[in-house]
Design a protein around this ligand. Sequence first.
Ligand SMILES: C[S@@+](CC[C@H](N)C(=O)[O-])C[C@H]1O[C@@H](n2cnc3c(N)ncnc32)[C@H](O)[C@@H]1O
Length: 322
Amino acid sequence: MVKQKSCNHYRAIADTFHPSKAIVVYPGDCLDLLKTIPDETLQLVVTSPPYNIGKEYEQKLDIEVYLQQQALVIAECVRVLSPRGSICWQVGNYVDRAAIIPLDAALYPVFSDCGLRMRNRIVWHFEHGLHCSRRFSGRYETINWFTKSDDYVFNLDPVRVPQKYPGKKHFKGPKAGQYSGNPLGKNPGDVWLIPNVKSNHVEKTEHPCQFPVELIERLVLALSNKGDWVLDPFLGTGTSVIAAIRHDRRGIGAETVPKYVELACTRIRQEMEGVLRTRPMDRPVYDPVEAGNCLTVAPWPKNIAKQKSLSEKTNKTDRITD
Ligand SMILES: C[S@@+](CC[C@H](N)C(=O)[O-])C[C@H]1O[C@@H](n2cnc3c(N)ncnc32)[C@H](O)[C@@H]1O
């Protein structure tokens, strides 16, 4: 029997915004969708815009033209954002004749000119991607979190992660016997190691750059409350809407490419039916050594032995001179 999620059961996917709806996938340009949304309606905007690097769904533009286009979308997102709301713009690098331009740096003035305040520049670290031969391979992108005011929604408890020493207690002093860390877990910090969606990831579709659902779940839980609207103006495969409805928020997004609109609707329906396979938020990243993977024997054991003996010698010398 198919597992059903009661709260999402049989909710229809609308294709235009209306305050009475809970799920909207607009098949078209995000600026057209944004025009139909009243001011200060949405709690969270989370997106990964086209990076202008010539992916199949984008036309590579001069960086200035690209930034102007982004500025139009960002201004509209700010207009529809509620006073306690947040915008998370996830970007990597634009590549210009083999030189990189970090898009977060290029876009920062656009957000600050709209009066937004930056709360975190989260480094999303992942371990798979292109192998570069003329520079170090890129293994992070950033999530740039801005708020509209200083009074904003931030729920830390639902996104806490396990402490390094979960049961550790103070052993002396006035707090002796009490937990030294928060028993609910620690703040996840601003460097997030979350696997990106590559070929063997359980969520992989034909889209070239999908968000992992767990990445957006963390933002949805921390920056919105139940019943709030979450918008992704560049929806792709529907990940942001999926993360939103999974946690009883309302989800809305726009996507121009028909096959991705179809894919997004299919995945959203699977989520509502409880059959969408995703990587769980609390699963630790695969560690080949811990998993006993025999392919991980280092090819340089002799060097390590030599370094060890050198360091032992140094330690002895240190003790003599101490
Ligand atoms: C980087 S991808 C986002 C992928 C998405 N985060 C996911 O998890 O699948 C950007 C998406 O924006 C779409 N797109 C590009 N320009 C658009 C526009 N003006 N309005 C709406 N969607 C657009 C592209 O077709 C592409 O699927």
